[in-house]
Write a protein that binds this ligand. Structure first.
Ligand SMILES: Cc1cc2nc3c(=O)[nH]c(=O)nc-3n(C[C@H](O)[C@H](O)[C@H](O)COP(=O)(O)OP(=O)(O)OC[C@H]3O[C@@H](n4cnc5c(N)ncnc54)[C@H](O)[C@@H]3O)c2cc1C
Ligand code: FES
Ligand code: FES
Length: 493
């Protein structure tokens, strides 16, 4: 059993033993190291001013991950190298990314600049299968906000500095870094603190099950992209934390012929290729899920376990017929994902039980899927409503439908009345869709909140169902494709 959180910093091993379990990486950097180049803007993962990079090995490959230090627990850096904006310059020479931001006038007041620099530093080191273009850069900086410069010069700086292969002093030492990180990694359990107050990171499912059984009052942490805000915004003390990031196998993706199984700790970013392979709409949904920094650490398990009525993956996975696997001690049970969501803030999860994985069926012949996210801002925003649809067709008729919405009820929820009303509807005859469109008003009684009014949500749910039917029926026009990239995906297939 290891008693200290251990990570690399500027070539040195840092060991943290006596810390609050909720210490954030940002507070460690600013208050302990006095490395104040990394800024605190929003303290809730939105603005990206606190972006730092974790260099770590994932499945044997060295990766540079941009993360929001404001809501990342210091313990989540265990086993990684922490790189901050102060570290980039090579002697007196700024990093190519910094050089270009300065040359392209990509900074004014400068508050956001360290965060942009670090996001671009991660992009500079990212593997690329296609030439870098503006849209890709936009994806990489969707999690960074600038209030004065505007984004064009920053994107220009990215295009001119990040288009080639990485050739900075970090790339030159990638082999040494891999060796140093390997030496740091261990398969021992991590437990910092005592029985009343701890940050723990078990290394195996068995160790996790035992620890959680003994401390069912502990808070499980996946990426902390929700839990981090309980700390920074709700000022909760959370004396016992069990981080799942070191549990072997919990981040595995099993790509089977009929289904894909995602371990609870699969990050949103890691899930994108497998989800996009099930259906391109899922890839687009995940591209618009938060920004890179959040997707890098936020997990599929956390998005389900938090039970949020506006989480993006649950409606999509429910419509696909996903099944959830829970574990308590060594006992496991499976349930349909929709049955996990009992009521607002209440899930079918007993004390000491944790989410282990979710199995997502692939689409079979005659099955068609669509999903659409509606949010006020296109990127890096939480859904006001989210609709997901799976139709099984018999010729031009809908044989069966699975429809699920987020943002329409206290939980992610199936539209069972609309599903029933759609059976037998003809894609070529819009009048036959009407009973299902009307049934949505009986399936849901949405609320009005800061994201949307109840009336808007009701209207948009109908519009999304209609859009899915139009698209699957093959009568879509550019006007019906406003949300999504389907036409590009369809054109290339
Ligand atoms: C800036 C920002 C943007 C966001 N954008 C989106 C968005 O576009 N769409 C969206 O859906 N969400 C969004 N979120 C919310 C959040 O990122 C997601 O819900 C994310 O999937 C949570 O995963 P996590 O691993 O970080 O969860 P954590 O914060 O680690 O945990 C969340 C909850 O799940 C529990 N938990 C975690 N793992 C397990 C497990 N294996 N078993 C049992 N319980 C577990 C925790 O105890 C906690 O109650 C956003 C958040 C931020 C800060
Ligand atoms: S301070 Fe805004 S994302 Fe961290
Ligand atoms: S330069 Fe001022 S916020 Fe971006």
């Amino acid at each position: 059993m290891r008693k200290e959180i251990t990570f690399l910093r500027r070539g040195q091993i840092v060991q943290l033993g006596d810390i609050a379990p909720t210490l954030t990486l940002l507070d460690y950097l600013r208050l302990t190291e006095h490395a104040v180049g990394t800024k605190e803007g929003c303290a809730e993962g939105d603005c990206g001013a606190c972006t730092v990079v974790l260099r770590k090995t994932v499945n044997g490959r060295l990766v540079y991950q941009p993360v929001n230090a404001c809501i990342l627990l210091a313990g989540q850096a265990d086993g990684a190298e922490v790189i901050t904006v102060e570290d980039l310059a090579d002697g007196a020479a700024p990093h190519p990314v910094q050089q270009q931001i300065a040359q392209q006038h990509g900074s004014q007041c400068g508050f956001c600049t360290p965060g942009f620099v670090m996001a671009l530093f991660a992009l500079y080191h990212a593997e690329r299968s296609a030439p870098l273009e503006r849209g890709k850069v936009n994806d990489w900086i969707a999690g960074n906000l600038c209030r004065c410069t505007g984004y064009r010069p920053i994107v220009d700086a990215a295009l001119s500095s990040c288009s080639g292969a990485a050739a900075d002093r970090f790339a030159a030492r990638d082999k040494d870094a891999t060796a140093a990180l390997r030496a740091l990694a261990g398969d021992d359990d991590l437990f910092v603190g005592d029985d009343t107050r701890f940050f723990a990171a078990p290394a195996s499912i068995e160790a996790l099950a035992n620890l959680y059984a003994a401390h069912s009052d502990a808070v499980l942490v996946g990426g902390a992209t929700d839990v981090g805000l309980w700390i920074t915004k709700k000022l909760q003390t959370l004396p016992k934390i069990i981080w799942l990031g070191r549990v072997r196998g919990l981040d595995a993706i099993e790509d089977g012929p009929d289904a894909v199984t995602f371990g609870a700790m699969v990050s949103h970013e890691a899930a994108i290729p497998s989800l996009a392979a099930i259906d391109p709409d899922l890839g687009e949904l995940m591209r618009r899920f938060a920004g890179k920094q959040i997707r890098t650490v936020g997990t599929i398990g956390g998005n389900i376990a938090n039970g949020s009525p506006i989480g993006d993956t649950p409606p999509a996975l429910i419509a696909l017929g996903a099944r959830l696997r829970l574990q308590k001690g060594d006992a496991q049970r499976d349930l349909a994902l929709e049955d996990f969501f009992v009521a607002y803030g209440k899930q079918d999860r007993t004390e000491g039980e944790f989410v282990r994985s979710v199995e997502v069926p692939r689409l079979r012949a005659k099955e068609h899927f669509r999903c659409y996210k509606i949010s006020k801002r296109f990127d890096q925003d939480i859904s006001a409503a989210m609709g997901a649809f799976k139709f099984t067709l018999d010729g031009s008729r809908v044989a069966t439908a699975r429809i699920a919405f987020g943002g329409m009820a206290a939980t992610p929820k199936r539209a069972r009345l609309a599903e029933a009303a759609l059976a037998g509807a003809d894609l070529a005859n819009e009048a036959s869709w009407q009973p299902a469109l009307s049934a949505l008003a009986r399936d849901f009684t949405p609320i009005t909140d800061q994201r949307a009014s109840a009336a808007y949500r009701g209207d948009v749910a109908q519009a999304l169902l209609r859009k899915a039917l139009v698209e699957v029926g093959g009568t879509a026009t550019p006007q019906t494709r406003v949300v999504g990239i389907r036409e590009t995906a369809d054109a290339s297939s």
